[in-house]
Design a protein around this ligand. Sequence first.
Ligand SMILES: [Zn+2]
Length: 133
Amino acid sequence: MQINPNRFWKKVNVQGGDKCWLWTACTDDKGYGKIAPDGGGVPIAAHRAAWVLTGGALKPRQRLLRRCKNRLCVNPHHMQATTVCRPYAKLQQADVDEIRRLHKDGDGVRALARRWGISPTAVSNIIRRKTWK
Ligand SMILES: [Zn+2]
């Protein structure tokens, strides 16, 4: 990715403290900020660009989760890099029930995580009812 930091940050309304930094340039049809690389080409997500420009590492399979849920926010402090094999959203209530049942029957968190292709943290959150109450 080649993006001139000056060109990038001119398009961002950088705020102090822990506020959201809003993208002020063009967005895609879902409302996410986009920026073309230097010299043109396929636009990339503005929040990913912000993450990399501020020194964050991002492996190809990693996704950035925005904890503030603001689509225009590019504040790297509001993001978290995660490897998502299978998005949470794809889990059905039946999967969740099954995970809880198998865990009660003695299946380990890691085994369940492998089986559903989600992270062990996601599994333990489900078991402890932090997600999917
Ligand atoms: Zn934010």
